[in-house]
Structure formats: C-alpha cells, structure tokens
Design a protein around this ligand. Structure first.
Ligand code: AQP
Length: 333
C-alpha cells in the first residue's frame, strides 16, 4: 500500500547518530520505495522554542538540509523544505491549539524533561510544541510518520487532536489519523556517557554523542572513551537490562551491521572490550565518515541548498494551501 510520509528534524545543530539511526536512515528507506510520497521538513519553527542565535540558526537550517541530502534523500523524489516558509503550519497550529486540551499537553514527558525544574521559565512555545507537530503532520494528510521512540507520545497526541477536530466539526475522517513508524529494535540511541539518557544534540558533553560531522579520529576517540562496565563482554544468554551502556553499544553495532543482537553477542562473547570497541569504531567510520564529508562539501554551496529548500517549499505550499482552505471552511472563517 502506498504511504504518505511526513517527518521533521529540528535545525538545532550537532545532528548525531541517534537522529540518523532513529529517524533519517528510515526516511531514506521509505523514500526508496517508489510507492511512497515523502515530505521531509526542517522544522525551524520548532527550533525557536528554545533561544537560538539568528546567524547560527540560518547555518543550521542549511546543515540539516545538507544532512538529509548526504544521508541519501533526493529532492527529486522527496519534498524537502523548511517549515517557516509555509505559513499554513503556524495557522493550523493555532486552530488545533483551540481544539487541544490543557490536560493532554500537561502529560507530555518531553516538555517536563526539556523544561527541567523551572517550568515557569520555559517558553509557551515549548509547551505547545506538540500541537505544532500535529499541524505539520495533519496538514499533509500524512498516513505514516517515521520518528524515534522519544516522539511516540507526541504522535499519540496528534492522533487525539485529529479525532477531536473531526468530531468537533462533524467531519468524519477529514483529518487523517496517522500511524507512527518506529523501528522495532534500538529506536532510542543512548548517550555514550550515560546509558539511561538519550543521545541528544543539547547534551553539554560532546563526548556523549557521535555527531554526523565527526571525522575518523574523533569517532575512534569517542568510542574509546565511551562508558562500559567492569564485567566481561556478554554472551547470548546474558541479560543486558542492568548494563545499559553495553546494551547501547551492542545495539549501535547491531543496527549498523544489520545483524541481530544475538549474532553480535555471539561474535564478541568472551573477547576483550577493546576488540569490540575497535570493530565498532571501524563500522562507524565506514558508515558515518562519508556522510560527514558530504555534509561539509554540500555546505560549501549554500546556493544549491537554498534552491532545494525553495523548490520544496513551493511544492509543500501547494499541498498545504488546499488543506488549510478546507480547514478554514469547516471552522467557519
Ligand atoms: N537518541 C535518539 N535515538 C533515536 N532517535 C532519536 N531522535 C532524536 N534523538 C534520538 C529522533 O531524531 C528525529 C529528529 O529529532 P529532532 O531534532 O527533531 O529533536 P529531538 O528529538 O529533540 O532531538 P535531540 O537530539 O534530543 O535534540 P535536543 O537535544 O535539542 O532535544 C526525531 O524523529 C527523533 O525521534
């Protein structure tokens, strides 16, 4: 069955292995199925929910676009654009914000994590972020949304918002209720320094993540310094629940080498951790270094990246205008 795919990535810099394995790698696989219609968005409106420097944001929008292309997205086959150039996203977010309930939003764990202890100081934008995300998806009648596991709750909220809108305006199936596409295994890549924290762009320690632009030496160094424990490499029957760092590294290996975790355990059982780390570094350098080099090359041609975004924006605007006009009619504007 053909799918309508929508997903986004925030241009907040330091795109990392978690973004790649949890989301972008999947974007490319979906695009390569010719039956699918794919829309991939650089969600710059989302990024300003925390303060950004204007010049750095501009650069990060291009860098995220370059990352999409370097990872294998093709602007001829997928619509690639940045969110702020299609004003319907913000307009629909307002309308959906009036349908959404405070109680729903206050249950969102990502807001709690990102706002930290001092919620009073978090932006209102950060609080209503999931409503904008719902607008992004519903505006294009997306049937499937590839995201990392951390976005599952927001996707569930998006489904609730779509259903409530359809009920409130007596328009059955008008907003399409989307399905999340979350990889079954290792959909959450964890920090290299703390196996209980997700790998994240905003972690103050650069050693916690593999950035997609890290070069060979940096990758090797970060894996060497990654946290493990004092126990030997696990065997097939060893439970990894109490060894989150080891589980994470094995998961990354299994994902990149397209092998089951049992196969990886079997290969390294009883061996020294340093042997495993060397092999993991080799695999990472092999997969990530070419992407990083391509990102750096693409960034030298800003004009090319801007043209991709402008073309994508035109296509996205055509689709969004039609839908927002229907939404406005239903609402009574
Ligand atoms: N650690 C991760 N493991 C798997 N998937 C991940 N994603 C992010 N981190 C991981 C997925 O990447 C896509 C784009 O994410 P985003 O940039 O829009 O926002 P995010 O989830 O907030 O990413 P970060 O790195 O955690 O950024 P900061 O530090 O700024 O909050 C999403 O599909 C996400 O699931």
């Amino acid at each position: 069955m053909s799918k309508k795919i929508f997903s986004g990535v925030q241009p907040t810099g330091n795109l990392h292995l978690g973004n790649y394995l949890g989301a972008i790698k999947n974007f490319v696989e979906l695009q390569n199925d010719k039956e699918n219609q794919c829309i991939y968005c650089v969600v710059d409106l989302h990024s300003i929910t925390v303060k950004q420097d204007a010049k750095i944001l501009k650069r990060n929008i291009r860098e995220t676009t370059a990352t999409f292309i370097a990872s294998g997205l093709n602007p001829e086959n997928s619509i690639i654009f940045n969110q702020s150039t299609v004003s319907a996203h913000a307009e629909v977010a307002w309308i959906l914000g009036c349908v959404s309930r405070m109680g729903w939003l206050s249950r969102m764990t990502q807001f709690k994590e990102k706002a930290g202890k001092d919620k009073e100081k978090a932006s209102v934008g950060l609080y209503v972020y999931p409503v904008l995300m719902a607008a992004d998806i519903l505006l294009y009648d997306a049937t499937h949304v590839p995201v990392g596991e951390d976005q599952k709750q927001h996707l569930e909220l998006c489904r609730d918002i779509a259903q409530k809108f359809n009920n409130d305006f007596n328009a059955p199936n008008f907003l399409k209720v989307p399905e999340p596409l979350i990889q079954k295994q290792f959909s959450r890549i964890m920090s290299l320094k703390d196996g209980l924290k997700k790998m994240s762009k905003s972690d103050p320690s650069d050693l916690s993540r593999i950035n997609l632009t890290d070069d060979k030496d940096l990758i090797i160094n970060k894996i060497k310094k990654s946290k493990t424990d004092t126990l030997p490499m696990p065997g097939i029957n060893d439970d990894l629940k109490k060894r989150p760092e080891v589980q994470n590294l094995l998961g990354i290996y299994s994902n990149l080498s397209n092998q089951s975790i049992d196969k990886v355990k079997d290969e390294f059982q009883g061996k020294n951790f340093s042997i495993f780390k060397d092999k993991l570094s080799e695999l990472l350098v092999d997969k990530i270094d070419p992407i990083g080099k391509r990102i750096k090359d693409l960034l030298k041609d800003e004009n090319y990246l801007d043209k991709i975004l402008a073309k994508g924006s035109q296509k996205a605007n055509n689709l969004a205008t039609k839908k927002i006009n229907e939404i406005k009619t239903l609402v009574g504007f």
